[in-house]
Design a protein around this ligand. Structure first.
Ligand code: BTN
Length: 267
């Protein structure tokens, strides 16, 4: 469905079980990340959401921008207030959300996306969704994060900026018809809630396993940017926590820590 979200339907799904989270559906914001941080400053509880039809300065990982498409994409940010114990692990929160978004896309839109380490969902080699986690003035006794999710839902090819068109896809492009954005958004949120609950209960291993089961390019030749260097090899493993392991063409192995790895692409 192209156009506005059905707010009533969204509320009905999210309020099941007496949920008290705040929900803002906005026509236009700079970034839902900023709007969600503001909401958190005013005390919004865990799971509160800002959903926007359009962002004028949406951002992605490594200071990149996110191409927001008015009324076509699914773009939202969620306030996370995970328990302090067990201590939250941000890469696992991203991994849990990636798994949740992949499950939701499968259930509500019939796609089977893979997770391109660490935070993209791809169909084939084309990006269909991206996830971002941010924190400000982190306080270990009261952890606060804002988790952002962008999904290409109703976009046709010309709706994407030309420079990313070849490497990007959407639900509409894959399935031939735009999804019901309200239903897909609700599904992503509920799946994210389930995986967040699992993490809060200490099920770190379950999240890592679900991530591994969907990880893209395993056994394929890939190029990994490590700092300014491009490393080429066969992807043997990719973990949200410990990083990547490549078998090099000339023999030998290369382990790349998550904080040193940038982009992973098929070679
Ligand atoms: C990435 O691809 O690196 C992550 C993209 C995250 C985009 C989403 S859209 C909703 C939220 N608001 C933002 O400004 N960014 C995230």
């Amino acid at each position: 469905m192209i156009g506005n979200y059905d707010r009533g339907r969204l509320e009905a799904v999210l309020r099941r079980g007496g949920d008290t989270r705040r929900l803002e559906v906005r026509d236009e914001v700079t970034s839902t990340q900023d709007a969600a941080f503001t909401m958190a400053d005013y005390g919004a509880p865990d799971g509160s959401l800002v959903v926007a039809e359009r962002q004028t300065r949406a951002r992605g990982r490594l200071g990149r921008s996110w191409a927001s498409a008015a009324g076509l994409g699914i773009e939202f940010s969620m306030v996370l207030r995970p328990p302090a114990d067990p201590a939250p692990v941000p890469p696992l929160l991203v991994a849990a959300t990636a798994v949740a978004a992949a499950e939701a896309l499968e259930r509500a839109a019939g796609l089977v996306p893979a997770i391109r380490w660490p935070n993209d969902l791809v169909v084939g080699d084309r990006k269909v969704a991206g996830i971002l986690i941010e924190t400000r003035d982190f306080e270990p006794r009261a952890p606060l994060f804002v988790l952002g999710v962008g999904i290409n839902a109703g976009q046709a090819a010309p709706d994407f900026p030309e420079e990313i068109r070849r490497e990007t896809t959407s639900v509409a492009l894959e399935k031939g018809t735009p999804p019901d954005r309200t239903a897909l958004l609700a599904e992503v949120i509920l799946a994210t809630d389930r995986w967040r609950d699992a993490l809060a209960a200490g099920a770190h291993g379950a999240v890592e396993e679900a991530f591994r089961a969907r990880v893209a390019y395993l056994g394929r030749r890939v190029t990994l940017r490590e700092g300014d260097e491009a490393v080429e090899g066969t992807l043997e493993s990719a973990s949200p926590v410990t990083g990547l392991f490549l078998r090099l063409a000339g023999g030998g192995w290369r382990a790349v820590r998550p904080e040193h790895a940038r982009d992973l692409r098929p070679a």
